[in-house]
Design a protein around this ligand. Structure first.
Ligand SMILES: NC(=O)c1ccc[n+]([C@@H]2O[C@H](COP(=O)([O-])OP(=O)(O)OC[C@H]3O[C@@H](n4cnc5c(N)ncnc54)[C@H](OP(=O)(O)O)[C@@H]3O)[C@@H](O)[C@H]2O)c1
Length: 375
């Protein structure tokens, strides 16, 4: 007897594809709500992302778009979803910090999920796991608790503000409909990433490591004077993708997670200075330092190039925030998901991942037989 499918949004994205792979590998059927793009139908896009073909039994596709009225779903899709789905894992969302079309952005993040919740009313739906971001804290510094949301904070960009609004909207509707809403807030997720907007910070981090490796080869032991805009003592709030995906799968349905809001982070992240030391030490590169922006006078061409490369994240590299994850650790401890840590060996592993070839897009072959235990 096959279990009820999980309705997953965002399966073509950086985090959603990893969540889908884990669910499928654990024998959990997945219904992916996905959209077609540039002439490529949704089933092919999901198959390319996951490396396996939908078979309608383990992996099914519902073609929809959260930014469209009624999520772009047909009446028959709604009927199918209402009679099958008990759990939604909502990983979809544009991750651009400054969207060109704020209205469409809000529709995708707020109106779309709310419409999906309403549309599932009267069916089997019991719980909704909602991917948000730890950076709903905006520009706050110091310790941020999982129980904290809107404290009147300022935001770096519309992305953070809309993510916080979305949490509130989904919680309110969930409470009205009797659906258990769980809010999951990762920090900056890193790992081998596709070229999606959500994969940008991970790809940028890996690009920086590749650049450092090239400099180390060229310099051959000679110090390379390179000052980088970043607060040395601030925490470097990255979290490995494997932990985030394992935690999402566990927290979406575990009874200990009912109604919770959790930070999916490394509890004791290294400082940015320590992270730079670990990277340069591993690569045998000397001469790099972190400085406040005002201190970088007369930047060299190399320093200018690195500053431009990191410019989208400059303010995050100045922010010193510590995300408390007591609730996540308590619930995940019961689920036997090991807390994420970043000791030197784990950083070395990330460096090694960055130095293998960038992720290639796998192409979907209709003839490929799906093997859900090997994805
Ligand atoms: N990456 C991070 O470091 C990070 C950190 C914290 C929180 N998060 C959150 O985690 C979630 C997933 O992020 P990600 O990194 O996986 O992003 P991503 O790689 O950019 O993927 C976004 C996913 O959302 C889908 N999507 C976007 N708009 C949609 C719409 N209107 N209708 C249906 N699907 C839509 C995309 O589908 P298409 O392929 O069709 O575009 C894609 O599958 C987001 O909510 C993000 O805010 C990410």
């Amino acid at each position: 007897m096959i279990a009820a499918p999980v309705l997953l949004t965002g399966a073509t994205g950086f985090i959603g594809r990893e969540v889908a792979r884990r669910l499928l590998a654990a024998g959990r059927p997945v219904l992916a709500l996905a959209r077609g793009k540039e002439g490529e139908p949704a089933p092919d896009r999901v198959a390319n992302a996951l490396g396996c073909a939908p078979d309608g039994r383990h992996l099914g596709i519902i073609e929809g778009d959260l930014a469209l009225p009624g999520c772009g779903l047909a009446a028959s899709d709604w009927a199918r979803l209402r009679s099958n789905v008990e759990t939604v894992i909502h990983c979809a969302g544009e991750t651009t910090f400054f969207p060109d079309d704020l209205l469409a952005f809000r529709q995708g993040h707020i109106d779309g999920p709310v419409a999906l919740l309403h549309g599932l009313r009267g069916g089997r739906l019991r719980r909704w796991a909602h991917l948000s971001t730890a950076y709903v804290c905006g520009r706050r510094a110091g310790r941020v608790l999982e129980s904290e949301g809107d404290l009147g904070q300022e935001f770096h960009n519309p992305y953070e503000r809309v993510k916080l609004e979305a949490e509130g909207a989904v919680r309110r509707v969930g409470a009205r409909l009797g659906v258990d809403v769980r809010v999951l807030r990762p920090s900056i997720v890193v790992g081998p990433a596709p070229a999606t907007a959500g994969g940008t910070p991970a790809n940028l981090f890996f690009d920086f490591i590749r650049l450092a490796a090239r400099l180390a080869r060229l310099a051959d032991g000679t110090p390379v004077p390179l000052r980088i805009h970043a607060a040395p003592r601030a925490r470097f709030n990255i979290v490995p993708l494997e932990y985030v995906a394992a935690a999402v799968v566990a927290l979406a349905e575990h009874p200990g997670g009912v109604g919770e809001t959790v930070h999916l982070v490394v509890s004791e992240p290294p400082t940015q200075e320590k992270m730079l030391d670990l990277i340069t030490g591993r690569l045998g590169l000397r001469g790099l330092s972190l400085v406040d922006p005002g201190w970088l006078v007369d930047p060299s061409p190399l320093e200018g190039m690195v500053a431009r490369m990191l410019s989208g994240y400059r303010e995050y590299l100045q922010q010193d925030v510590r995300f408390d994850d007591s609730t996540a650790r308590r619930v995940l401890g019961v689920c036997r998901v090991t807390a994420a840590t970043l000791p030197p060996q784990a950083v070395h592993q990330l460096i090694d991942q960055a130095l293998v070839k960038p992720m290639a897009t796998r192409r979907f072959h209709a003839a490929r037989r799906p093997d859900f235990t090997k994805i």
